[in-house]
Design a protein around this ligand. Sequence first.
Ligand SMILES: [Zn+2]
Ligand SMILES: [Zn+2]
Length: 336
Amino acid sequence: MKQINYNVDITGIVQGVGFRPFLYNLARGLDLKGQIVNRGNAGVRLTLQGEEGNLEAFLGEIEKKKPKIAFIESIKVIKAESDKIFASLAIGKSEEGRGISLTLPPDIAICENCIRDMRNPDLQKYYNYPFIACAVCGPRFTTVRELPYDRERSTMIKFPFCKKAKPESCMAEYSDFQNRRFHAQTFTCSVCGPNYQLYDKEKTSIKTDLIEEILKIATKRIKEGEVAAIKGIGGVHLVCLANDDKIILELRRRKGKRKHKPFALMVPNLEIIEDYFNISNKERELLTSFRRPIVLLEKSRNFNGSNISEFVAPSLNNIGIMLPYSGIHYLLLDHI
Ligand SMILES: [Zn+2]
Ligand SMILES: [Zn+2]
């Protein structure tokens, strides 16, 4: 018997944003069969079979329920007859060979669920693990080498998923459609993923592999007035206390040409920002968005109570402020 296939092509920012797992669960809930694949040109292609009403419902829900970060440019649907009967629903192997596209997915700030897992001592593989990520958060632009978006075309290829680790291996999480890391491409855990190393200024490794130890030593020295350079997502942050005139001036001296140029600050949370800056709804929205930009904020009347050194942004009424956006930021700020 001939089947009616719905061939659906979706373009936009639909790779690296948890889109395939989203489509899978949406289609599964409507009892649809078929397959979902990433296309080499940055789109997603679905071939679906099922009851017409459910297929139409599926199309209607995509825009409404899509992951927040996804951006849909177009959805093209072609109904075609086919002899092939799909027995199940699956995420298929990505199409290859289309090279680099202009719509690479962006880096996405760590999500609330991952922050919670990172702080949960019962979750051995993620506890204090700064590289934690999931299908909707984590570096993308920085790790992806080309599209279609898959682990084998990202820098994470060096870190194969753990398969046997307890309690649950990364491979098991990746394969479970109810898990929020189902089909996530670039997550890892403390068993299978990268780890931080700590070096002193002579570039000698300070001997410890334990993140807890690294954080303890690093924060102790930062509090004593030293500057740390921390490798993050796509760059390096210089970290020191913002309330210490001496160290801010020393940082300016070391940076040479930066005698008066303002520095931006990372502040642990919105509440502290609101204590010392005037902040509008739009600014709040920008600060907390997944892009976590630096936002220029106006000092409030209480600003002096913050003890922020005047040398951070000399003789300016505004300071560039950002919220933490990666695991290492949260862990460091927790410790400090
Ligand atoms: Zn996450
Ligand atoms: Zn793992």
